[in-house]
Design a protein around this ligand. Structure first.
Ligand code: F6P
Length: 548
């Protein structure tokens, strides 16, 4: 089905004709209830999309678009455990991982919950022993350092969540995340850690990812240099993987291997045992509270009408900005320090899921799909790239995120933080007209000549759309809701664009080429004659200058 040929798409083209020259100033002037008309809440999480360039008519057509794409049916197929990941012939059941009720999921015949609950029990046991000091290292010491070795979904989710929930962290255990192949990531860490008190989690769905394998091997060698005995592996290594055979080959005993399944995508795996480091940090009850938050969003997504459905609204706004207003990028701007890794997490979630030009039917998509996602801590961005957001002339929709209360309060910080967040979205939306700028300069006592010179620089076009997401506090439940909100948003967008959000074939070519180049870089073979001139020239440089 070609979404661009639907009546809803055509209606949206007409809304674009009407709205593309309408300023947010006008939209707010015309509707004094705009905030209440264009905001929604779930269990304290508030989404304000009144500063998006939509009106009621446009929203009605966007909802029609979701219906035309059969979003409700696709949603039901996902929750029913159908194999909607067609190119990998897999179900998509990360929602089972946060199913906290004592009922089957997705259905009686295909109930995955017994396995899910068994792993949760195994996690709880490990978490309680490590946190209480009962888990001992090879010399009998309690664990003080946990190092998660993983990459992509096996790194970004747990790293983001551990940091986000740092206010709930165990006071005496430190957490580290190693992903980069560059030894500069692992080496300085090993220098400062004590093998007797360090626990490694090797998180890899496939257990074949090169970066993770190499880092895990190095960590193993480092441990063995101190412990000297193979049995020490059992005291210092845990694996999380769908490939338990490979984890066993690495030498990790079965009781330390936590299972995941092919129906959990890497970037959706935080809710599985990939979240073990999070659970070790905040405790298993805290981790399950995060699962409950995600489950609350799942239930809302599954049961609410499209018109009031938060992930659906977020998806539609993004489609409006991308496919109708022409935005090519979107910025994620968290104001809480603790969610500083959210932009990186969402980059993978959005761009690995929907960064595609081919539909699930193998045909070229009829319209562009995911925009480029980027972002940074909001206040830091204000003193760096916000200049371009305000006056650079690009259309860059932004998501502003902030919690009403601080998770690490200090007197005098929270109110200025909140005011900066709100000020930026208002400045981007409403800008400053020439008239306003002129009056300001006149009031400051400038001469007419000075005003004429400065005036063009003092005008802000505004009309830059944004959504503001507010949380009452950064706690496990709210974080769970927030992440599930974005997950379902990504899913809805994928359905409307007609693509499969759950495969990632685009990452394969680089992996293949890297293994073809390795022997030449190591000097074990001549550079492949089939290689392009540039790559051969670069290999030649490494051979002359590198120490591999
Ligand atoms: O190469 C991309 C990717 O497969 C991601 O989808 C995944 O999150 C990451 O690599 C890590 O994979 P694994 O958990 O199998 O090591």
């Amino acid at each position: 089905m070609n979404i661009t040929k639907t009546n809803a798409w055509n209606a949206l083209l007409q809304h674009r004709e009407r709205l593309q020259h309408v300023h947010l100033r006008q939209l707010f002037a015309e509707d004094t209830q705009r905030f209440s008309h264009f905001s929604a809440q779930l269990d304290g999480l508030l989404i304000d999309y009144s500063k998006q360039r939509v009106d009621r008519g446009c929203m009605v057509s966007l909802i029609d678009l979701a219906r035309a794409a059969d979003v409700e049916a696709w949603r039901d197929r996902m929750f029913a455990g159908e194999k909607i990941n067609v190119s990998e012939d897999r179900a998509v059941l990360h929602t089972a991982l946060r199913h906290m009720d004592a009922t089957p999921f997705p259905c009686n015949e295909q109930d995955v919950m017994p396995q899910v609950r068994a792993v949760r029990r195994q996690m709880r046991d490990i978490v309680e022993r490590v946190r209480s000091g009962l888990w001992r290292g090879f010399k009998g010491d309690a664990i003080q350092n946990v190092v998660n070795i993983g990459i992509g979904g096996s790194d970004l989710g747990p790293k983001m969540a551990t940091r986000a929930l740092s206010a709930f962290a165990h006071p005496h255990i430190n957490f580290y995340y190693v992903s980069n192949l560059d030894s500069a990531h692992l080496s300085p860490l090993l220098e400062k850690l004590d093998p007797r008190t360090t626990l490694f989690i090797v998180a890899s769905k496939t257990f074949t990812t090169q970066e993770t394998s190499i880092n895990a091997q190095t960590a193993r060698t480092w441990l063995m240099a101190a412990a000297m005995e193979e049995w020490a592996i059992a005291k210092h290594f845990i694996a999380v993987s769908a490939n338990t055979a490979k984890a066993a080959e690495f030498g990790i005993p079965p009781e330390n291997v936590l299972q995941m399944w092919d129906w959990v995508g890497g970037r959706y795996s935080l809710w599985s045992a990939v979240g073990l480091s999070v659970a070790l940090s905040i405790g298993m009850n805290g981790f399950e509270r995060m699962l409950q938050g995600a489950q609350a969003m799942d239930q809302h997504f599954r049961d609410s009408p499209l018109e009031q459905n938060l992930p659906v609204l977020m998806a539609l706004i993004s489609i409006w900005n991308t496919n109708f207003l022409g935005a090519e990028t979107t910025a994620i701007l968290p104001y809480n320090e603790s969610i500083r890794h959210l932009p990186a997490f969402l980059q993978q979630l959005e761009m690995e899921s929907n960064g595609k030009t081919v539909g699930r039917d193998g045909e070229a998509l009829a319209c562009p799909a995911n925009p480029i996602v980027w972002g940074e801590i909001g206040v830091n961005g204000q003193h760096a790239f916000f200049q371009l957001l305000h006056q650079g002339g690009w259309l860059i929709p932004c998501d502003f995120l902030v919690a009403a209360s601080s998770d690490h309060p200090l007197p005098g910080h929270q109110a200025p933080l909140l005011s900066n967040c709100l000020a930026q979205s208002a400045a981007l939306a409403f800008g400053k007209t020439e008239q306003q700028a002129r009056e300001e300069l006149q009031q400051s006592g400038m001469s007419a000549e000075q005003i004429a010179r400065l005036l063009p620089h003092k005008v802000f076009a505004g009309n830059q759309p944004s959504t503001t997401i507010l949380l009452p506090a950064l706690d496990p439940f709210q974080l769970g809701m927030l992440i599930a909100l974005y997950e379902h948003k990504v899913f809805v967008q994928g359905v409307i664009w007609g693509l499969n959000s759950f495969d990632q074939w685009g990452v394969e070519l680089g992996k293949q080429l890297a293994s073809r180049l390795l022997p030449a870089i190591m000097g074990q073979s001549e550079a492949d004659a089939q290689l392009d001139q540039s790559t051969r020239g670069l290999i030649d440089y490494f051979r002359r200058h590198g120490h591999v």
